[in-house]
Every structure is written in C-alpha cells, then in structure tokens.
Design a protein around this ligand. Structure first.
Ligand code: BGC
Length: 756
C-alpha cells in the first residue's frame, strides 16, 4: 500500500515537473510572439542559404540585410563555428527581437568524418552501428556550429535508375523503418538541448523514391494500399521515434504537389500520426509548384501554408506573398502563427534561447571533428557495409604474399571515395583503395595502373564534374592505359580491379537509363579477363547495377558502395581477411533494366512463373528471367552458414498472442563471421492480394568457425497486420507461411494459422 502511494506521488511529481517544463516553454513562446509583428512572424518561416553547398539554381540574396530586419528564421549551407557565430551575432544583436537562428546542413552520412553512403549503411543491417554513425555525425556537426540536419532520407526506392536510391535504405519498408528509428535516435539522442545533439529532419515526405522512369523530380502515382503498406512506414517510424522536423518532397501525390498537399501534411502527418514538430519545404519546392501548373507564387505559397507547410526553403514565396494573402483572406493569421510557433519551439528545444552560441565552440571543432577515434569507427563501420557478391574458389581473402596488380580508375582516386552528399566532407582527408591495400598487404608486392578512365566521354564527364573533377580523362589514350594495366597484370598473381561509378553518378539529379559499368571500364575488364589471371572486382557504386557479364566472368566481386573517409582502409581490411564481410543487399540488383521494378515483396500474379520450363501465357519475359541477378538480402561470407529446418512453438497464433520460430545456424567454414538471419512472412489468403514475401525480422549474429547458435524470432500477431482496401490496419485470420534464411530467395519454410 505504502509503496503504491510512493509510486503514485512520484508519478504526480514527475508529471508536474514535465508540465512545468512544457508550460514554461509555452509561456516563453507566447510572450515572445506577443511582441512580434506580422512581418517578424512571417520572417521566421523563411529559410535561406548564403550559398556554399546548394542544390538549386536560386541562392538567397541580401542575407545580411534580411537577418537584421528579422526576415530570416534559419540559415543553411554553411558550417564552421566562426562563420555561424558571425551570422548568429547579426540575428541576435542586430534584429529587433534578438531571435536566434537555427542552422541546418545536409549531414547525410557523416559530417567531416564521412561514413558509407546510406544505401551502404543499410547493407550492414546493423542498427547499433547505424545509430552510432548518426551519433558521431551529430557530435561533429554540432561541434561545427550546426544544430539541424536534413536527414534521415527514408524514401523507399525500387528503381536504381533513380540516383537518389544511394541516399536511402533500399526497397524494403521494414528494414527502412528500423533504420529510420536508429538514425533519429542517433542524431537527436535523448535530449535535444544538449550541445552535441542535432535536430533531425525526415525526408522527403512523401513517396519521392517512386518517381516514374527513375527520373528525378518526376511524377509519382500509386495506390493508397501500396502507399500505406510499402512506402509510408519508414516516415511514420521516424515520426514515432520523435523526429523534430519533416521535409516535404518535390513530387506530386494524387496530382497535388506534396509541398502543398493538405491530405499529406495535415490529415495524415498531423491528424493520423500525431506529428508535433515543424514541416519545411524542399529547396524551392514551393515555387516549383508553379511549374507543376497549380498557380502563381502567391497562390502556391498560400496553398502550401494551408496544407500545413511551415518553413519555406530558399524560395521566399512565404516572405513575399503571405501578408497579401492574409489581407485577401486566402490564409489565416492562426496558420501563420502556428507555423511560427513550431519554428520557435524547435529553437527553444535546441536551447538556443538560453545560449544562441552553444554550438559555436572552436575548441570542440578542433578536437572532436575528424578525430582519430571517429576515423577508426568509420573504418570499422565501412567494412561492415561491404557485400561480397561472388567468391569463386575462395579467392578472397587474399594471401599476403606474391604480387597483386591493383588497377582501375577508382583505385587511386581520392576525389571519389566519399560518395554523393558529403557536403562538408574533406576529400583530401580520405584514404584511397591503393593506400588501404598497401597498408594491409604485408609483404605482398603491389603494382598499380589506372587502366581506364571512369568514362571516356567528355560530355558525360562534364555533367558529373559539377562539384569537382570526379571523372578525369587521362592524357594517354584508352589503349595505352589498358596496355599499362596488362603489363602490371602479367607480373602479378592476382588482379584487383577497382571499378564502378564516380561519386556523383548517383545522388540528386543523377538518374541513369543504363545501369551497366561504363564502356571504358568494361573494355578494361574484358582485356584483364583475357589474361586468364584471377580477378577480384572491387565495385564502387551508389545504386544496384546490372552486372551479368561481371558475375559470369569475374572470380570475386566485392561491392563496397562508397565507403567514406576510411573506405580505402576498410577495403584493405576485407580483402586481406582482417574482417570477414557480412553485408547484405537492401535493394535487389536487377538482371536487366527492363526488369525494373524488381523487388522481393512482389505480389503473385494470376499466372505465376517460377523458372520452370517455358510455357506460353505465363507472367514472364521472353529474353530474361523474372528473378533479379542478386536478390534482396543477398551477401556472401568467407565462411559458410548452414540453416536447420524451422521449428515453430505452435501450429497456430491467436490474435493478440505470439508465436516463436527457431532455427539453428551453424558456421561450417573455417572463418569466424557474422550472418544476418532473415525472417519473411506470407499471408497466403487475404482480402487483397498480399506480397509473396515480406521481411518481418532479422538478427545479425556472430559465429566462430564451427560454432552453432539457436536463433529465435518472436512474432506478435500485430506483425501480421496490414492496411486493407479501406485503409484499416487489420489482422486477417487464415494461413501464413514463414521463411527464415540467409537471403530473400534461400530460406527454410514453415506454416501456421492465425486464429481469433
Ligand atoms: C534536396 C534535399 C536537401 C536540400 C537542401 C534539395 O535539393 O532534395 O534533400 O536537403 O536540397 O540542401
């Protein structure tokens, strides 16, 4: 009785403290807003960039004058405590109400210590590691003056033609949701007011990865059932994890641009999901609604505010038209005030009203950015994202003796190591593959030849080199370069060919119709193949590529994405066996571009075709298989893992209850290693057609050579829920199949019933 009483009074005490904190914040903001003029309120909704890292053709003008007039709520695209302090001082000392600015930047996969691109990080299937990468990024970014990142990007994409697939977590909503949560937690920590936590921004809301033809910024059109079941879950997961801000996307949804889409930004985000933070537009996405054909700047700005958009990135539609729209009754004062309040609340939560300079410490910047400790973690993390796609006759790991020829345009290219969206990354601080190999090779004799240009086409190179020279066309002719590579190969026992994409062949506005390795590099690979020497292909890519010839002709393929600052060292670690690769694809590698979209959770058709002998009138292609070349979840190890049959704790699962599925995984090879054990489910009969497989769980386990482990998944009936045609999130009783295995195509099966 007494302990109950104590517990109850404790509860009351904590609630009172919490209320007091919330009330204190409300009182502070109410008081501030009472002093603000309409212009100052609208000013808070304006997000500007003085240049630096920008992604649009428009850059804000007269930034300093606007800061003084209170016409700016936040600034993005700059970093460094000195620069940020300078801008903050103008806002705090020279504007009428001294309201501090919020400072944002695209801190996407690390700040100055750059981690692998997000698609690579997702291939680690290791949530603790991903969270850690975001934590380090937050620590470095806040040491560099920033307090807001435009990350995580959680757009599901099943179209590798789309360059931004590199910035996301691949094709699967379950994996994507786990990563969304891990990233938000990593950035925001448990208390935004600490000086090393960063306000996160989930983007691009919503469905941006579904662009038709994989062409960036293009139309998206999909059913609500698909939206709710497959594309929306990661954004929702980020909201549930407490993400502070949301960025609207460039695309239309049901014909209405996301930035001005009331159903999306108000009905779904706020009313259904209960989002309480602030919504920012993408770069000039308010203005771009005019190109979508829905009105002039005043009309689209009013539409966006009405829809629930609160901060206008760069375009200044809000700044220049909202007052007029208010006079004309096209928007309300309450809408402007709500938007302003959410922005001030974000600043309050960050502690900026207590100390506007709390993120501007030269000491922290000096000691905490690109530190040896951060680099060591980046190296460890990068190695865990690499995916071993082929390893014929155990060519890898390489022996530390004899001679190896390291060839290819990416072998010694510092400029390409960081990958896309590393706006604060310092290319000159990155480790090349050649350096990494030499550092790991022991007494091995290492020869090097470039062998080929990334591309021989100067017109193409110019498009890629917008941010710096990533594709450098050599003075020597392609034939001379190949000759040099062949000479190195002839003196070697094994060839390591480092080929693939330049860093900015993926990322924003980097769509590609062909997913083949560039012709210049193909030619090199063909010439190397003709030598008969064993070849390890180290593949740099920001997207799934079509690799049929390579898969048939290379002896080993290690896909290393873009590994970041320490990527080169991590490649050395994996090639020579200091780390046994454990990455698994988070997006299927198509057999051919004509297959796109190809993904593991497809629906069955009425005329299924499963690789049996050809017969007419089946759902197939005449010229290619239905299956991707490398399926979702695929990735080899230097060792071998054997799976037992699956055993279930019962033959049925009651709604509200759980069922246990168990397998034993044995490491039967001779290396210690990590394995991602994957769980898929299939709802055999439903009120709507249901995917043939849906990822519902995974565990990354470590097994010493010869060791076995029992792996158990506990499945709750809630894990079987889905959105039906009426968009109700329901359980439907009936037959289910369960699959556990090493990738989405190689699994052990069991079956159970879901009952009332
Ligand atoms: C991109 C966003 C990015 C923003 C600010 C836009 O072009 O779509 O992802 O956060 O620019 O740099």
């Amino acid at each position: 009785m007494r302990s109950l009483f104590i517990a109850a009074s404790l509860l009351i005490a904590t609630t009172t403290v919490a209320q007091t904190a919330a009330q204190k914040k409300a009182t502070f903001i109410n008081n501030l807003m009472k002093q603000m003029t309409l212009d100052e309120k609208i000013g808070q909704l304006n997000l500007v960039t003085p240049g630096g890292a920008v992604t649009g053709s428009v850059v804000s003008s007269d930034v300093e004058a606007k800061l003084k007039k209170g016409q700016v709520g936040g600034l993005f695209g700059i970093d460094g405590p000195a620069k940020i302090r300078q801008a903050q001082e103008i806002a705090v000392k020279e504007s009428r109400l001294h309201i501090p600015l919020i400072f944002g930047l695209d801190v996407i996969h690390g700040h100055k210590t750059v981690f692998p691109i997000p698609l690579g990080l997702s291939a680690s299937w290791d949530m603790a590691l991903i969270e850690r990468s975001a934590r380090i990024a937050a620590n470095e970014a806040t040491a560099d003056g920033l307090n807001w990142t435009f990350s995580p990007m959680v757009d599901i994409s099943r179209d590798p033609r789309w360059g931004r697939i590199s910035e996301g977590n691949g094709e699967d909503p379950y994996l994507g949701s786990q990563i969304a949560k891990a990233m938000v937690k990593g950035y925001q920590g448990d208390d935004l007011s600490k000086n090393n936590t960063l306000l996160a921004c989930v983007k691009h809301f919503a469905l941006y990865g579904g662009a038709e033809g994989g062409r960036d910024y293009n139309t998206v059109d999909m059913s609500k059932v698909r939206m709710y079941n497959e594309y929306l879950p990661p954004y929702k997961a980020a909201v549930e994890a407490g993400v502070g801000t949301v960025m609207s996307s460039f695309n239309v949804i049901d014909g209405v641009p996301a930035t001005g889409n009331k159903w999306l930004l108000t009905d779904l985000l706020r009313k259904q999901w209960g989002f309480k933070g602030m919504v920012v537009s993408d770069y000039t996405s308010v203005n771009e609604m005019s190109n979508h054909g829905v009105g002039d700047l005043q009309a689209v700005s009013a539409q966006s505010l009405n829809a629930g958009l609160e901060m206008d990135m760069v375009g200044e539609g809000f700044l220049t038209t909202l007052k007029k729209s208010l006079k004309e009754g096209k928007v309300t004062l309450a809408q402007i005030e709500t938007a302003c309040r959410h922005i001030l609340e974000a600043k309050y939560d960050l502690g900026l009203f207590d100390d506007p300079y709390r993120y501007c410490s030269e000491d922290r910047a000096k000691n905490e950015i690109l530190s040896a400790a951060n680099r060591a973690e980046a190296r460890m993390i990068a190695a865990r994202t690499f995916v071993l796609l082929k390893n014929e006759k155990q060519l890898l790991p390489l022996k530390k003796n004899g001679t190896i020829a390291v060839v290819g345009p990416l072998a010694d290219s510092r400029r390409n190591m960081l990958g896309t969206w590393s706006v604060a990354g310092q290319h000159d601080k990155s480790v090349t593959v050649l350096e990494g190999i030499k550092a790991s090779a022991g007494s091995t004799n290492v020869l090097y030849a470039k062998g080929a240009n990334l591309s021989d086409d100067p017109v193409f190179a110019k498009k890629i080199n917008v941010f710096g020279t990533e594709i450098e066309i050599d003075k020597r002719s392609p034939d001379e370069m190949i000759k040099e590579a062949l000479e190195a190969a002839s003196k070697s026992d094994v060839i390591v060919a480092v080929v693939g994409e330049a860093a900015d062949m993926t990322g924003e506005a980097s769509s590609m119709a062909s997913l083949d390795i560039q012709p210049s590099q193909k030619k090199l690979l063909h010439a190397l193949k003709a030598t008969g020497k064993p070849i390890v292909m180290v593949l740099y890519t920001g997207r799934p590529l079509t690799l049929n010839w390579e898969a048939a002709n290379m002896d080993a393929i290690l896909n290393v994405w873009f590994g970041g600052t320490e990527g080169g060292n991590a490649v050395g670690d994996v090639l020579f066996g200091a780390y046994n690769p454990s990455g698994k694809l988070s997006a299927s590698f198509p057999y051919s571009v004509g297959q796109i979209p190809v993904y593991h959770s497809m629906l069955n058709t009425g005329r299924p075709y499963n690789n049996e002998e050809f017969s007419k009138f089946k759902s197939n292609y005449l010229d290619i298989p239905n299956q991707p070349l490398f399926p979702f979840g695929f990735g080899l190890s230097y060792t071998k893992f054997e799976y037992s049959a699956v055993s279930l704790s019962a033959s049925s699962l009651k709604i509200g209850g759980t069922i246990k599925a168990t397998v034993t995984v044995k490491n039967t090879g001779s290396f210690d290693g990590e394995e991602v054990v994957q769980l898929y489910l299939r709802d055999v009969v439903g009120s709507i057609s249901r995917p043939m497989r849906e990822l519902k769980g995974f565990q990354k386990i470590f097994l010493k050579a010869g060791e076995s482990k029992e792996v158990t998944f506990i499945i709750h009936s809630n894990d079987l829920k889905f959105y039906n045609s009426a968009l109700q999130f329901v359980n439907e009783t009936g037959d289910y199949e369960l699959f556990i295995g090493t990738n989405s195509a190689e699994t052990q099966k069991a079956a159970f019933k879901l009952t009332n």
